[in-house]
Design a binder for this molecule. Structure first.
Ligand code: BG6
Length: 489
C-alpha cells in the first residue's frame, strides 16, 4: 500500500485532446491510479473545444492509454476504474458562458486542479472565467511551458494569472524537475557530506550539462520555429538543472527555501554580452543525416517548414556564475535536436590532485568525475583512479567507475515518468517541484540578452548533420578552454 495519502480532487484538464494530454497526462493519471495514489473520489474532467458525444472522447483517451502505456502495465481492472473517473465537456475556453457547465461538475468541498495544456495566451482568459464562475478560491492552476517567449511576454502571462490566483496556488511546470534523477540531485548533494565539502571552485574545475535528443520537430514546426532550442530547452530545463547543481544548501525542503536558492544562482549568472557571444555561444541547425540508422531530413525540409528559417535546433554555451562558490568554474551547456543519441547527463569534473607523484605520462588520465545520468539508464557514477591489478603492473593507474544504476539496483520498482510525480505533487499541494514567477523571469532576462545579441550580430546558425553531436564550433567552444565534452556518449 502507498505510504502517502492523497486527498480527493477534481482534475480538470484544459486542452484534453492535445498531444501532451494524450501522450503524457492521461497515462500519468492512469499510472497514479494503478499505484493506488488516486483517492477513490478523485475525478478527471477532460475539457476541449471538440464537439461530439463524450463517449467518443473517452474512447480516444482509452486508445491513448493503450498506445502510450506499456502493455505489461495495462491492467483491465484499473482501466475500467480509470474510465469511471473520467468525464468530458466541450468548451470554448474564451467564452465565459461555457464555464457554467464546468461549475456544475465542481463540488465546493473538493479542490479543483485546473491544468492548462493550452497556449499561454489563453491562461489569462481561463483564470478570469474560473474566477467569474466563483471557482477561484478552491482552485490550483497548473501552467505548462512555455510561459511567454521573452521577459516582457512572460510577465504579461504571469500578471494575467496573478490577478485571480495567489502565487501559492500557481504551479508552473518544468517537467525536468519531476524526473527521478533530478530529484536525486537534492538527496545526493544535501544528504551526503562527502560531496558538499567538495562542491565549489576549490575542488571542481568545470561542469557539463548535456541534453541531447534524437527526435526532430515531430510535427511541431509552427511552435518550434518561433521558439528555437534556447527558448525551448535552455531557458527552462537546462537552467533548472544548472540551478540545482549550483545552489547553496536550502535551510529546509520547503518550496520557497529551495526556490530562493535557485533564484540566487540565476541572479549571479554573468550576462553573455554581444562581445562574448562569438566565443561563448554556438547556435546550430541540423541538415539531413542519419539517426539510429535511418535517413532523416534537415530542419528546413521538415513538414510545414519555411526554407528561410534561421531558428536554432542546437545550442552550446559557456555560462559563468559570479559568486564565491563558483567563480572561475565554467558551466558548459549543450542541447540539440536530431543528435546521435538521446542522453541527458550532468558531468562534474573535479580538479587534478595539487601535486602529481605518479609517472608523468599517466597525467593525461582524466581525474575524478561525477556523472549524473538523467536518461536513459538513470544513475550516478563516480569515476575514481585506482591501480591496475597484477604483479607486472607497477603503479599503473586506471580510471574506473563507482556505479549506482537505479534500474538495476532497484530492480523491482518502475521509474515513474516525470509527469506522474508532478501531478501527484499538485494533488498534495506541494510546490517544491514547480517554478516560481521570479525564477522564470530571471531565466528570461538572461536568455533575452543572448537572443538580443544574436539578432544584433545577425548570428546565423551553423549547420550540423542530423545524427552528429552538433556543429564543429561546439567542440571548439570547450577545447579553447583546454577541455573536451565528456566523450563516453
Ligand atoms: C519539452 C520540449 O519541454 O522537452 C521538447 O518542448 C523536448 O522540445 C522535450 O523534446 C524533452 O523532454 P524529455 O523528457 O524527453 O527529455
Amino acid at each position: 500500500m502507498p505510504a502517502i495519502t492523497v486527498e480527493a480532487t477534481l482534475f480538470a484538464l484544459f486542452g484534453a485532446s492535445g498531444d501532451l494530454a494524450m501522450r503524457k497526462l492521461f497515462p500519468a493519471l492512469y499510472q497514479l491510479d494503478r499505484a493506488g495514489l488516486l483517492h477513490a473520489e478523485t475525478r478527471v474532467l477532460a475539457l476541449s473545444r471538440d464537439a461530439g458525444e463524450p463517449a467518443g472522447h473517452l474512447d480516444r483517451i482509452g486508445e491513448a492509454l493503450r498506445r502510450y502505456v506499456p502493455e505489461s502495465q495495462l491492467d483491465p481492472v484499473v482501466l475500467e476504474r480509470f474510465r469511471e473517473r473520467l468525464d468530458y465537456l466541450t468548451m470554448d475556453f474564451r467564452r465565459g458562458e461555457d464555464y457554467a457547465a464546468l461549475a456544475e461538475k465542481v463540488s465546493p468541498d473538493i479542490p479543483l486542479i485546473a491544468y492548462f495544456a493550452t497556449p499561454a495566451s489563453v491562461y489569462g482568459p481561463i483564470c478570469e472565467h474560473l474566477a467569474a464562475a466563483g471557482l477561484a478560491e478552491q482552485t490550483r492552476v497548473v501552467l505548462e511551458k512555455p510561459i511567454g517567449h521573452d521577459l516582457a511576454s512572460s510577465r504579461v502571462v504571469n500578471e494575467a494569472v496573478a490577478q485571480y490566483f495567489p502565487e501559492s496556488r500557481i504551479y508552473r511546470i518544468d517537467h525536468y524537475l519531476g524526473k527521478e534523477t533530478v530529484q536525486n540531485l537534492i538527496a545526493l548533494r544535501f544528504a551526503n557530506s562527502l560531496f558538499e565539502t567538495q562542491w565549489n571552485q576549490h575542488h571542481i574545475s568545470h561542469v557539463e550539462i548535456t541534453v541531447a535528443e534524437t527526435v526532430g520537430i515531430e510535427g511541431r514546426w509552427g511552435y518550434f520555429d518561433q521558439a528555437g532550442q534556447l527558448r525551448d530547452m535552455i531557458q527552462n530545463h537546462l537552467l533548472q538543472l544548472l540551478c540545482l547543481i549550483a545552489m547553496d544548501p536550502p535551510s529546509d525542503l520547503t518550496a520557497d527555501s529551495i526556490r530562493d536558492e535557485k533564484v540566487k544562482v540565476l541572479k549571479a549568472l554573468a550576462p553573455i554580452t554581444p562581445e562574448k557571444l562569438g566565443q561563448y555561444v554556438v547556435r546550430g541547425q541540423y541538415v539531413a543525416g542519419t539517426v539510429g540508422g535511418k535517413a532523416v531530413p534537415g530542419y528546413l525540409d521538415e513538414e510545414n517548414s519555411n526554407a528561410e528559417s534561421s531558428t536554432e535546433t542546437f545550442v552550446a554555451l559557456r555560462a559563468d556564475i559570479c559568486n564565491w562558490r563558483w567563480s572561475g568554474v565554467p558551466f558548459y551547456l549543450r542541447t540539440g535536436k536530431r543528435m546521435g543519441q538521446k542522453v541527458s547527463q550532468i558531468v562534474i569534473h573535479f580538479k587534478e590532485p595539487p601535486f602529481y607523484i605518479f609517472a608523468p605520462e599517466q597525467r593525461s588520465l582524466i581525474s575524478n568525475r561525477l556523472i549524473i545520468r538523467l536518461q536513459p539508464d538513470e544513475g550516478i557514477s563516480l569515476q575514481v583512479m585506482t591501480k591496475e591489478q597484477g604483479l607486472d603492473k607497477g603503479m599503473h593507474l586506471r580510471s574506473g567507475p563507482l556505479q549506482l544504476n537505479f534500474s538495476e539496483t532497484y530492480k523491482s520498482s518502475r521509474i515513474p515518468d516525470a509527469y506522474e510525480r508532478l501531478l501527484l505533487e499538485v494533488m498534495q499541494g506541494n510546490q517544491n517541484l514547480f517554478v516560481r514567477k521570479d525564477e522564470i523571469e530571471y531565466a528570461w532576462r538572461w536568455c533575452d540578452q543572448l537572443i538580443d545579441g544574436w539578432s544584433r550580430l545577425g548570428d546565423a546558425p551553423k549547420a550540423y548533420p542530423a545524427g552528429s553531436w552538433g556543429p564543429v564550433a561546439s567542440i571548439a567552444l570547450i577545447t579553447r578552454d583546454g577541455r573536451s565534452w565528456y566523450g563516453d556518449l
